[in-house]
Structures are given as C-alpha cells and as structure tokens.
Design a protein around this ligand. Structure first.
Ligand SMILES: NC(=O)c1ccc[n+]([C@@H]2O[C@H](COP(=O)([O-])OP(=O)(O)OC[C@H]3O[C@@H](n4cnc5c(N)ncnc54)[C@H](O)[C@@H]3O)[C@@H](O)[C@H]2O)c1
Length: 352
C-alpha cells in the first residue's frame, strides 16, 4: 500500500460520476472533493457519490491544500486551461480524452507538467481493457511479427451525443466523431502496435446527419436530449489513411451516424499473425505446427477499465509505476487528429 492520495474531480457530469465510483475501488485513493460550475448538479452529485467537499470553481479546488490530485472531466475546451492551472498549483492530473483541442495546446500542457514535476496521465481507458492488454502483450512477444496494416472501424448508426450541446459545438469540443470517439481507437492502435511515428495522412471528414438538427432521427441519445437552439458544426463521419514511415499504414472509418451496420473493430495485420478485436471477441489468426489456425482467447469481461486506469494513476503518484498513457503520446494523438482535419480541409494528403 502506498500513501493515500486525496482526489478532487473537476466536472460532475457523466464521466465525472464514472471517475467518482471508480476511485472508490482504488485502495490508495480518497475522494475528497467535487467541482462543477452548475451548483444544483454539484450538490446532487456530491450527495450521490458521498463526496465531502464541493467547489464552485476549479481555482477554489486547486487552492485547497487537502487536494493532491485531480481528474479533469469537463468539456474538451476546458481540458488545457484546467490541467495547466492544476499542474501550476502543484497537483497531479488525470486528464480525460481527448487530451485537448489541438497539438499546440497539448504541448503547453506538457510544458506545465515538466515545470511542475507532477504526474500527468491521459484518460485512454480502452488500453486497460483485458483484450487490449492481451493484444499489447502478444505484439510485444512478437506473435504478430512485423506489423504493416491496421484497420479501424467504429461505426454508430445514430449515435451523435448531446445534439446541439457542447459535444456538437466545435468551439467547445474541437470537433465531432473524430475527436470524440476515433481518438480512443487511434490511440489504442498506435499503443498496441508500438507505432508512434505517424508521418502522413489522407482523410476526409463529413457532416451528413447532425444538421439540420430537427431532421436527425434517433432511438437514444448519450448526453441528450437535443437542444435545437444549440449548434451542430462538427463532423459526424471520417474516413482516411495514415502512414507510419515506410513501414505501416492504418485505415479508419469512424461514424457518430451513418447508414451502415454498427461495428467496433480493430484489426492489426503482421507477418506472423493478425489480430482482430471487437464485437465481444478476440481472434488471433496465425500458424501453428505448419497449420493455419484461429486462436480465440477467453478473457475476463468483468474488469473495470476506469478503476484500473485510476489505480495506475495513483500508483504513479506514489512512485510505484509509470503512467500507462503519457502526455507525449497524447500530443502525438493530437498531431494525428490535427492532420486528419487539415487533410480534409485542404483536400489533400498532409505531412505530420
Ligand atoms: N473515457 C471515456 O470513455 C469518456 C466517455 C465520455 C466522456 N469522456 C470525456 O469526459 C469529458 C466530459 O464528458 P461528459 O460526457 O462527462 O460531459 P458532461 O457534459 O456530462 O459533463 C461535463 C461537466 O463539466 C461541467 N463543467 C463545464 N465546465 C466546467 C468548469 N470550467 N469547471 C467545472 N465544471 C465544469 C459541466 O457543468 C458538466 O457537469 C469530455 O472531455 C469527454 O470527451 C470520456
């Protein structure tokens, strides 16, 4: 057991609640404070999660010497300012995805981390899923050989979150499906395959379903209901290809909404094996004893990715391990996202 780390959560929304419950499973964490700019929500969530202290602004929370570390669970536009304020105030930072709005702001966060000497961890929860850990292990053991192609398909039929709210307002979110959900899989793919050198991108983003908002038909809405007086000025579909030097390529199709079957898969092809995850299954396609075989490992489906990532965050603060997702990797992900948006805007391949 390490030292008890006293935690504050900034943002009492959906993911703030997830962090609050997950910290309760972390032996060395004590959830001390919650902050939100909406007083009623703050009161309700603090009572719901049993959090003793509340703060109306993140500055108030950061001024409290009883807080050692914070989780940043606010809309994307506030990630950089709050993370930088927190690091400057000497607090460790667990930063939800996406790191921020663009790579330049990501570099500003890194500078603040380096000046503070505090811990900064990216909220890339999918890396902690058991199937992701297994893929990473297989690749590190050389079971896939030389990796040369990754295919990502992350398709929602009608899955635009919070139509008209901050998710669909570019000034607050930085973008749509790409920065919101593709970010998870682009990070996962680069981390799994140890490919952290994206060099060129050719991509196109589309906005076909979210606007006009009143003609968007849906069955359920994350972060709903819609706000028809709000804004939709972001992408709801993206397709493209990234190159990693001369060695590897990655193709991706990601939709908040489109007329295709729902799918969430990542496939990594190597000379010795190919692995595909998603749809509740993991398949390693390889050769064994001169035979072509499919291996389907069985893994624990009950593990809690958030509790695992927060356990690792607290352990890193206590000097008991490295952060599982670094700020440097966060900046590379942001560079890739920037390049995808730029390629689409310029209608050409761009160099990173
Ligand atoms: N890891 C994941 O799987 C995952 C899932 C969902 C969301 N997220 C990320 O978490 C973040 C929050 O998303 P959400 O779905 O919880 O949004 P949300 O809208 O449900 O909650 C955001 C909360 O932040 C509060 N807030 C806004 N500005 C604030 C400020 N300056 N100080 C304090 N509180 C402030 C809002 O009042 C709101 O209660 C986003 O960056 C999102 O991308 C991650």
């Amino acid at each position: 057991m390490g030292k008890k780390i006293r935690i504050g959560i900034v943002g009492a929304g959906t993911i703030g609640s997830v962090h609050a419950e997950a910290y309760k499973k972390v032996a060395d964490a004590e959830l001390v404070g919650l902050c939100d700019i909406l007083p009623d929500k703050l009161k309700e969530k603090a009572a719901k999660h049993g959090v003793p202290k509340t703060y109306a602004t993140h500055q108030e929370m950061l001024a409290d010497p009883e807080i050692d570390a914070i989780s940043v669970c606010v809309p994307n536009c506030s990630h950089a300012p709050i993370a930088i304020d927190a690091l400057n105030a000497g607090k460790h930072v667990m930063l939800e995805k996406p790191m921020t709005l663009n790579a330049n702001l990501g570099r500003d966060i890194l500078k603040a981390r380096d000046a503070s000497g505090k811990i900064l961890q990216m909220g890339m929860v999918r890396r902690q899923y058991p199937e992701s850990q297994l893929i990473h292990k297989y690749i590190n053991e050389g079971k896939l050989g030389d990796i040369y192609q990754i295919n990502i398909k992350l398709i929602r039929r009608r899955g635009i979150p919070g139509l008209g709210g901050w998710f669909t307002t570019k000034a607050m979110s930085g973008g749509g499906a790409l920065i919101d959900i593709a970010v998870h899989f682009l990070d996962l793919a680069m981390w799994s395959a140890n490919l952290w050198n994206p060099t060129r991108v050719s991509a196109k983003t589309y906005s076909k379903f979210g606007s006009p908002m009143k003609s968007y038909h849906y069955n359920s809405m994350w972060a709903g209901p819609p706000n028809y007086d709000g804004t939709f000025d972001v992408d709801d579909y993206v397709a493209g290809m990234a190159r990693f030097g001369k060695d590897a390529t990655m193709s991706f199709q990601v939709a908040w909404a489109c007329n295709a079957k729902e799918e969430q898969t990542m496939e990594i092809l190597g000379t010795k094996g190919g692995i595909k995850s998603g749809e509740g299954e993991l398949i390693l396609r390889t050769e064994l004893d001169d035979k072509i075989v499919d291996i389907k490992p069985i893994f624990n489906t009950q593990s809690d990715g958030f509790a695992t990532e927060l356990t690792k965050f607290v352990a890193a603060i206590n000097g008991e391990g490295e952060v599982p997702a670094t700020g440097e990797q966060g900046v590379i992900v942001m560079q890739l996202l920037d390049a995808i948006y730029k390629s689409s805007e310029l209608d050409q391949e761009v160099t990173i």
